[in-house]
Design a protein around this ligand. Structure first.
Ligand code: PLP
Ligand code: COI
Length: 340
């Protein structure tokens, strides 16, 4: 089979239907063996728990073509674990880690012709998700569930690729203390839609959410923050209500062990943001997207790295992380899962 005819270098972050998706159903207390299917449609009862009470969680990871022509995924074990944590928080059955990795492996292998070629700038985004399927009208968890995973080739999450973006501080909250901000529940994204539509209308690329106290930096709707101090320390916000980004955890490791940088994971007061030299967003979709400017109710914070290119430290983190993902820098043990 040959690669699909797609203009790999010019695709955005959107849905392109691929040939196969993976499905497994949970009924009578256990998951079935699961299978690949070509059917991209889902038919459910009108009263399915996912429609009434948003009982759904998801994951996001990518497959890459390496320099030597292998297809790999990056730390899928951590996505599997995070999905188990999301499921537990939403009273859903956990899809076991080995099953998750097996499902992803089969899915990507079956859609190998959709994995963008090395050097194209595109990657294959994988979206595993789970939802309550049986009718539920009183507020309680479903008893039947479906786990699915599909994939789609994607380009950069933010238009303009590696160009610095502008974000604003929003007055909306993303997550409550002791709420669901630390898990990947669909509901966290539903409630962010109004804020992102409004941000786009006002000309901003994303929202910076602050903690409920309005004093500390949390994250954006789809990525964690990284900051770099003027003396080159990498700082990331620590909070119980942000998503534990796998990219962020990997960047901290890369900063320390590959680049010899100092790192700090700690609460970041918003008042400190103006003092940083560089700022970026990190996540599977965002990779590392540089932030050039943050606007807080008309007050502009312009980072010294400017609006034209990534700052030097963020550039080094980006080159090292993507180098590991694309196979031209040796990865730490266990980070790269080879599909074929
Ligand atoms: N924060 C939020 C709210 C996200 O949706 C994501 C994306 O998954 C991230 C952070 C980044 O997490 P990861 O690096 O694991 O993709
Ligand atoms: C991801 O990075 O995988 C996400 O889920 C973020 C989403 C905004 C696309």
């Amino acid at each position: 089979m040959a690669k699909k005819e797609i203009d790999w270098s010019n695709i955005g972050f959107g849905y392109i239907k691929t040939d196969y998706r993976y499905v497994s159903n949970f009924k009578d207390g256990s998951w079935d063996e699961g299978t690949l299917t070509t059917d991209d449609m889902i038919t459910l009862n009108e009263c399915a728990c996912v429609f009434q009470y948003a009982q759904t969680c998801f994951e996001g990871l990518k497959a890459y073509t390496t320099e030597d022509g292998h297809i790999v995924t990056f730390r899928p074990d951590l996505n599997a674990e995070r999905m188990m944590n999301s499921a537990a928080r939403l009273e859903m059955p956990q899809f076991p880690k080995e099953r998750f990795i097996d499902a992803i492996t089969k899915l990507v292998a079956a859609n190998a012709d959709f994995v963008p070629p090395y050097g194209s700038g595109a990657t294959l985004y994988i979206r595993p998700y789970m939802f309550g399927t049986n009718p539920v009208i009183g507020v309680k968890p479903a008893t039947e569930y479906q786990f699915r995973a599909f994939c789609t080739p994607v380009g950069p999450y933010f238009k303009g690729g590696a160009k610095p973006i502008t974000i604003r501080v929003t007055d909306f909250d993303r997550a409550a203390p002791h709420g669901t901000g630390h898990v990947k529940a669909g509901l966290n994204y539903a409630m962010s839609l109004h804020a992102i539509v409004d941000a786009h209308k006002q000309g901003y690329d994303e929202n910076m959410y602050l903690a409920a106290t309005r004093t500390y930096v949390e994250e954006t709707g789809g990525a964690n923050f990284i900051f770099v101090t003027k003396d080159g320390t990498v700082v990331t916000p620590k909070s119980d209500s942000i998503l534990p980004s796998i990219t962020r955890r990997s960047i901290l490791y890369v900063a320390e062990h590959y680049l010899g940088l100092k790192t700090e994971e700690r609460p970041v007061p918003f008042t400190e943001v103006k003092d940083f030299a560089e700022c970026g967003l990190c996540g599977t979709a965002a990779v590392i997207s540089p932030v050039g400017k943050i606007v807080d109710h008309g007050n502009e914070i312009c980072f010294p790295s400017g609006m034209e290119k990534m700052g030097p430290v963020i550039q080094k983190l980006y080159d090292t992380l993507t180098g590991i993902q694309m196979g031209h820098i040796e990865a730490p043990e266990g980070w790269i899962h080879v599909i074929k």
